[in-house]
Design a protein around this ligand. Structure first.
Ligand code: AMP
Length: 192
């Protein structure tokens, strides 16, 4: 079973994906994690995207589609969780095509619904927690980048809600619940 987790930054996509990896042996494909890895290991592509990411803008479709294409060739175990991808209509079309070619499909697109105040609190909180724990703070977890990330979400990613709704693939869960509540809602949906 392959699923897409859709939602703004701070909606809890990464947290829920992490749970599904453990609970259902699924494979998390987070383009954000892949890009951060490339940046941290100083690859040419990583250096190219570092500024764009720190600012909060989207990197090019070509780069992220390339990253996903590579991963689709690997083992998908209990299924792929697309986390933070697709983020544009072009990426969504490309993913549909790539999965089609691999004889696979998307079983569910799960939108995590939250409101903007919660996002700001969660992201600022995430940065504070990391700082207190002496862990590295994401370069884009600050108020300025967050505004740009939210704008990118509304301008470029939120049209995907209509896109997948029209394809009869969209389901929404309340992302404002506790981690366990959201987990349970997603589990019900996947087991239905
Ligand atoms: P995330 O960890 O999903 O919040 O992603 C962090 C940053 O990586 C984003 O703000 C973008 O700069 C970049 N990024 C991650 N996924 C994508 C994507 N699918 N398309 C374009 N840029 C992306």
């Amino acid at each position: 079973m392959n699923i897409i987790l859709l939602g703004p930054p701070g909606a809890g996509k990464g947290t829920q994906a992490g749970h599904l990896v453990k609970a259902r042996d699924m494979v998390q494909l987070s383009t954000g994690d892949m890009l951060r890895e490339a940046k941290d290991s100083g690859t040419e592509m990583g250096n190219m995207v570092a500024d764009v990411m720190a600012r909060g803008d989207l990197v090019t479709d070509e780069i992220v589609i390339g990253l996903i294409r590579e991963k689709l060739e690997g083992d998908n175990k209990g299924g792929f969780i697309f986390d933070g991808f697709p983020r544009t209509l072009e990426q969504a079309d490309a993913l549909g095509k790539l999965l089609d070619e691999a004889g696979q499909g998307i079983d569910a697109v799960i939108e995590l619904k939250v409101n903007d105040e919660v996002l700001v609190d969660r992201i600022v909180g995430r940065a504070e927690d990391a700082r207190k724990a002496g862990q590295p703070v994401r370069a884009d977890d600050n108020a300025e980048s967050l505004k740009i990330r939210l704008m990118a979400y509304y301008k470029q990613t939120s049209p995907l809600i209509g896109y997948y709704y029209a394809k009869d693939m969209l389901t929404s869960v309340n992302g404002l619940g506790t981690m366990a509540e959201v987990q349970a809602e997603i589990a019900d949906l996947l087991d239905a």
